[in-house]
Write a protein of this length. Structure first.
Length: 459
């Protein structure tokens, strides 16, 4: 009886502790990782590093000098040599450790064993990146960071460079318009495409940037951000008037570049290799970001007259995609489907959109439209996105690289409030004044966050 009472006294706290750990792992994985998962994974890594490397085929025969030294000093057996391990750096989401590859090894050898390393060390995922020749970094992620997205706190937004989502390796996905000027974003209804667009608008609203919108769904997506928009078209007729104005603004900026750098006025725009970032800051026009929501609405026609208008708008979009970067005009094209079946010029426009973000789609053909021409292996990843995870997407670019990302939740009211508070940052662009949406004028409101100023031009 005494033994039973003692067992109950000891077992009660142990059971409570185990139950608390299970609850934390399910509901608060970050807390569980910091208190339980991190120490356990470090012990596993330190205790089994050599044997795991050998089991994964990541060891090489020792050098002759090492063999002679071991035989001269001891009688131990000479074992294969694993990659030399650096200092283990814990993070809030996992571990980071650098490996110096042994002679004859390459980063692809380590990447091929990532799944084995994940199981051996009991972590959620292992990602391999090349730091420099002969050195790779293992990023061990302790839990599924895309289940409940928490953006890193230490983020420094810059002009035209905003973090909008979290990658599956716990690093932020940054939309950098200076590096990837134009992007195509696809996604079915309720896939999280609107949330991604909402984050972009809210992040750029605090920057000295002109925001222009084309939303042919009567403005239901972009109209809440009207206080911060320099122009807004809510139907194809208005878009047909707005796009020529953007073309004229682009041509005026090219004329400014020509006048400043002494380029002959007769030089075609296609042959100008410089851009507005080479101009002095006091002469540099503000960047323009054009958001096109449901781009298919611009392609659909019902009459012969609509077909002529469609061809003109598509041609203007292609011109903006081809020449807009140097003039500081960037495109963010969104839709549910985008391919050759939309009509003339669709594939040519898609070829100009360097960045690709594909949310959940209804068929494999839609995923191939977004990713098939840049990263065929990413198509299956996009098709595997479950409806229960809105905001989850596959992001890639024309370099062939891709990764899974997820956008954190941002309510429409919060995003609209940010735009209202930043309404005083709307730049003065005479060419776009006729298209400025009507918004009630209220008292000036102080911006809660710092305004991002242009960074010094280094390129």
């Amino acid at each position: 009886m005494t033994d039973l009472a003692t067992l109950l006294e000891v077992g009660g706290p142990v059971a409570a502790l185990g139950g608390g750990a299970a609850y934390a792992r399910a509901r608060h994985p970050g807390v569980y990782w910091s208190t339980v998962g991190l120490p356990v994974s470090m012990v596993r890594l330190l205790g089994s590093y050599g044997s795991v490397m050998e089991a994964c085929g990541l060891t090489v025969a020792p050098s002759r000098l090492r063999v002679l030294a071991v035989k001269a000093t001891t009688r131990r057996e000479v074992h294969p040599v694993p990659p030399r391990r650096g200092i283990i750096r814990p993070t809030t989401t996992g571990l980071r450790v650098r490996l110096r590859l042994a002679p004859g090894q390459e980063p692809a050898d380590v990447a091929a064993s990532a799944e084995r390393l994940r199981h051996a060390w009991g972590v959620h995922a292992v990602y391999v990146t090349t730091v420099k020749p002969g050195v790779v970094e293992l990023r061990l992620v302790g839990f599924d960071v895309l289940r409940r997205v928490r953006m890193p706190r230490k983020l420094r937004p810059d002009l035209l460079r905003v973090p909008v989502a979290l990658r599956e390796d716990a690093t932020p996905f940054v939309r950098d318009y200076r590096t990837v000027p134009h992007q195509l974003t696809l996604g079915a209804t309720l896939s999280g495409k609107s949330m991604y667009l909402r984050h972009l608008v809210a992040s750029l609203a605090r920057q000295p940037v002109a925001l222009v919108g084309i939303d042919c769904k009567r403005g239901v997506e972009l109209a809440p951000f009207a206080p911060r928009l320099s122009a807004l078209a809510t139907d194809p007729e208005q878009a047909a008037e707005l796009l020529p104005a953007l073309i004229r603004e682009m041509e005026d900026r090219y004329d400014l570049i020509k006048a400043r750098q002494g380029i002959a006025p007769s030089t075609p725009d296609e042959e100008i290799t410089s851009d507005i970032w080479g101009l002095p800051e006091h002469e540099r026009p503000v960047p323009v970001v054009l958001f096109v929501d449901e781009v298919a609405e611009l392609f659909l026609v019902a009459t012969k007259k609509d077909e002529e208008r469609r061809d003109e708008m598509v041609t203007q979009l292609i011109r903006l995609a081809q020449l807009g970067r140097a003039a500081g005009i960037y495109l963010e094209v969104c839709g549910q489907r985008f391919g050759a079946e939309l009509g003339k010029g669709a594939t040519m426009l898609r070829a100009q959109l360097t960045g690709r973000v594909c949310h959940r789609v209804n068929d494999e053909a839609s995923a191939k439209m977004a990713l098939g021409d840049i990263a065929p292996e990413a198509v299956s990843a996009a098709c595997a996105i479950a409806p229960e995870r809105p905001g989850l997407a596959v992001a890639g670019d024309t370099s062939g690289g891709w990764s899974r990302i997820r956008t954190p939740y941002l309510s429409l009211g919060d995003a609209a409030e940010i735009c209202r508070e930043s309404a005083h940052l709307v730049p003065d662009l005479p060419a776009l004044k006729p298209f400025r949406p009507d918004v009630p004028v209220g008292p000036p409101v102080e911006t809660p966050g710092p305004v991002v100023r242009p960074r010094p031009v280094t390129d």
